[in-house]
Structures are given as structure tokens and as C-alpha cells.
Design a protein around this ligand. Structure first.
Ligand SMILES: [Zn+2]
Length: 431
């Protein structure tokens, strides 16, 4: 190699303004789950320019239904999959090296309430080391690191031996079914996978089981002046709520998971049952006849979905049996939306160890292993036999107001990504 030719790392450092501009461009395209088409077209164009052979992959619901990990997402119910492509591309290796898949989701959660933001959530404004905007940290900067890492290899004519598959996916915020799951069912299997989701200087090796359920209690409507002629559905829901609250406390006392409890505030909170929505009643002068409660249960690796479903249904049944009305009019329980199985990636796998080493070399920090309290797309790779972790740039206020991502951390992540690729896939020496 000629001494003056830049390495991929020096190329990244010399071109950081291009990376920043690219993240801003991504942030400026609103892509709330369900509206991913425009940003995917933008990425397709970028991958074409880099000769990464992009393709649009539209999810097919019949194929998805055959998977054990399928569930009907709320965004599919609302928008279908017709205008919601995934984008895949490939940086073809010279041969004989190990392959890798780099994945990232392009959908973001709603920026509401916008009036609470100190700036336009779709502006990509810069202040100091931070780029602001909905999706800046979750995970448009991460998507940019993937594309920029491959650009650095191309621009410096660094030829890898193994193939690098790249995918930008839809619907992660709603369970990843039409995105990362669909691609596991239809795309070639890689030897490892990395998703640059926000992680701080840590490696995420686990995700939670996440399920949604709904409890419906019915009463009898009546005029408020003769309320005793009716049965108040809100009042009848109270013992159900109390029982779920006690179940949550009991579970938090007995269930622990070390990777979920690394952060001090997460101690004893590896599992959570959240009462998220309650709907009932028309106005103060009527006894409400129906009350609907919606909850999310998150649980770390260790329990199965069936175990958790049984426990929750029994808790509700036992609470109902203590009340004469509810005993005769049992609450209805419906499981809907999120139905994710937890996963844990073995931290001893050579790919995980390699990434750890590259982070150490680049930052001087030994990253912690974390995860297991939220659902993650990485689980689909692991469920289908590909070792996978998440590691990405540092961000703040994700899913909140004034979301922002650190520019220096995004650059560092890109460098670590390139070093990991060169080591994992191998570099062809004679070019
Ligand atoms: Zn994300």
C-alpha cells in the first residue's frame, strides 16, 4: 500500500462533515412507523451511488404468518405493508472470509408533543457536539454509520474477503415483524450481525419478552341518580388493577437479570408490568357499563411467553373470584400486538469478543454487557441462528423531546465498525 493513501480510518476522520450532513438529511425525512417509503427511497439512491446493489423488499404477510415469531402489528393493521419497503444491499467480498449483516431501522416514533421541543424535530439542527431531531439517536445516526463505514472501505479501495450485507428496515418501533423478521425469512444468512442501535459505550446482548394484553370488564349502565340499579365497570376494574399491581411487585422481588440491572436505577426492575391505557365512561351522570384496560408486560430471558400468560390470566381470575359480580361476569382477557420472545446472545461468542476488543482499542473503555428490559430487532437474528449484538452511538432523550445524538460518538462508532469488519471479514492484501 502506498504510504500516502488514506486508510479507512483516516478517510472517516477527514470526511466527518459528510457523515454529519448525511445524518441531517436522514433526520429531515419524517419517517414515523408506517411512513417509511420516502426515507427508504433516499437510502436506495445512496446505496446505488456507492454500488452496493440495493433492492427494495416488501413484506409478504403469508410468508410472515408461517414464522413462530410472527404477530400482527398495530402498524400493519393501520397501514398494511404495501408502501413500506425494506432496503437490502451487499458489499461483495473477494471470497473465503466470514460474512456479516449490518442492520438498522429507519422508522421513528411520533415527535408529539411538538410544542415542547426547543427546536423543529425534523430540522437536524446542530448545537455543539449534538445533532437534534426525532430519530437522530434512534437510530438514524446508527444507519448512517453503516453506510459511511462501507463508503470508507470503498473510497480507500479496501477489499474485504467476506460479504457485508446491509439492511435498512421498517417497523422496528412496532415489533420489527415486517422488517428484520421478514428479512430473516427471505435473505441469505450471515455469520454475524450488528445493529448500531444507541447503546452508550456498552454492548447489548439481550432483549426482553414483550407482550400486550387487554382486560375488559362489563357492568350495567344506569342513571347516576339511581346508580344502585347499575353496576359500575370502573369500580369493578379496581380490584383487577390492584391484583396486577401486586403481581408486578411480587415479580420484581423474585425475578432478576444481571444484564438488565447494570444501571443502578434498574436494580430490581428486570421485569415490568405497565398499566398503560384505561378507557371507560361517557360522562359523570351515567354509571359506566364497560371498562377496558391495556397493559404491557416485559420480562427478561428465563421465562417463556406461555408461563407469563398463565400467570397473568390466573391473577385476573383469582381477583375476579373474590367479587360476586365478577365471578358471574368474568373479565375478558385479550392478547394483542407485541408478542416477542426474549433472547440472550452468548457474550463468549468470538464475534462479541472481537467487538469488545475493538471498542477497547478505540476508546480505552471496556464496554459492559447490557440488555433484557426492552424488545429489540436483534432477537430475530439470534432466534434464526445468527449471533447478533447491538452497539451504536451515544444519544439522549430517545422517544422524548429534544432527542439528540453525539457527533463525536457517531464518528467513533463508525471507526469501530470499520475495524470490526476488517478483522471479522478479513482484508484482501494484494489489490
Ligand atoms: Zn431503535
Amino acid at each position: 500500500m502506498n504510504q500516502e493513501e488514506p486508510t479507512p480510518i483516516t478517510w472517516i476522520r477527514n470526511n466527518q462533515d459528510k457523515l454529519v450532513k448525511f445524518i441531517q438529511e436522514l433526520v429531515r425525512i419524517p419517517s414515523v412507523t408506517g411512513s417509511e417509503e420516502e426515507i427508504q427511497k433516499f437510502i436506495y439512491k445512496k446505496l446505488t451511488e456507492l454500488d452496493l446493489k440495493p433492492k427494495f423488499i416488501y413484506p409478504d404477510i403469508e410468508t410472515l404468518r408461517k414464522s413462530d415469531y410472527y404477530f400482527k402489528t398495530t402498524s400493519y393493521t393501520k397501514f398494511g405493508y404495501k408502501n413500506r419497503p425494506n432496503v437490502v444491499g451487499i458489499l461483495k467480498g473477494a471470497g473465503k472470509g466470514k460474512s456479516i449483516c449490518l442492520g438498522g431501522h429507519v422508522d421513528v416514533v411520533s415527535p408529539e408533543p411538538i410544542e415542547q421541543w426547543s427546536r423543529d424535530p425534523w430540522s437536524g439542527e446542530i448545537d455543539g457536539d449534538f445533532i437534534y431531531g426525532r430519530g437522530a439517536g434512534d437510530m438514524k445516526a446508527g444507519v448512517a454509520t453503516i453506510i459511511f463505514a462501507l463508503q470508507a472501505l470503498k473510497e480507500t479501495k479496501t477489499r474485504l474477503q467476506g460479504d457485508v450485507f446491509i439492511e435498512t428496515t421498517i417497523e422496528e418501533e412496532d415489533g420489527g415483524i415486517g422488517g428484520t423478521l421478514y428479512l430473516r425469512l427471505t435473505q441469505p444468512k450471515a455469520d454475524a450481525a450488528l445493529i448500531p442501535e444507541f447503546s452508550g459505550p456498552a454492548i447489548i446482548i439481550a432483549s426482553a419478552g414483550v407482550m400486550y394484553f387487554r382486560v375488559i370488564v362489563t357492568g350495567i349502565p344506569a342513571h347516576a341518580a339511581t346508580a344502585h340499579y347499575g353496576v359500575n365497570a370502573i369500580v369493578k376494574m379496581v380490584p383487577i388493577i390492584e391484583s396486577l399491581k401486586s403481581l408486578n411487585e411480587e415479580r420484581q422481588k423474585t425475578i432478576s437479570y444481571k444484564y438488565a440491572e447494570v444501571e443502578p436505577r434498574m436494580k430490581g426492575k428486570a421485569t415490568t408490568l405497565n398499566i398503560g391505557v384505561i378507557n371507560s365512561g361517557d360522562w359523570p351522570s351515567t354509571v359506566p357499563a364497560v371498562c377496558v384496560l391495556e397493559c404491557r408486560i416485559g420480562f427478561p430471558p428465563g421465562e417463556t411467553r406461555e408461563m407469563v400468560i398463565n400467570q397473568i390470566e390466573n391473577t385476573i381470575k383469582n381477583a375476579a373470584n373474590k367479587d360476586a359480580w365478577l365471578r358471574d361476569h368474568p373479565p375478558k382477557i385479550e392478547w394483542f400486538g407485541w408478542n416477542a420472545k426474549p433472547h440472550e446472545q452468548n457474550p463468549e461468542h468470538p464475534f462479541v469478543k472481537l467487538l469488545e476488543k475493538k471498542i477497547q482499542e478505540s476508546t480505552g473503555i471496556t464496554p459492559e454487557y447490557i440488555g433484557g428490559s426492552a424488545g429489540l430487532d436483534a432477537r430475530f437474528f439470534v432466534h434464526y441462528g445468527t449471533p447478533a449484538v447491538s452497539f451504536g452511538p451515544y444519544g439522549e432523550n430517545l422517544h422524548s423531546i429534544d432527542e439528540r445524538v453525539s457527533i463525536s460518538s457517531t464518528l467513533k462508532t463508525t471507526e469501530i465498525l470499520v475495524c470490526t469488519l476488517m478483522d471479522w471479514c478479513g482484508v484482501e492484501l494484494d489489490k
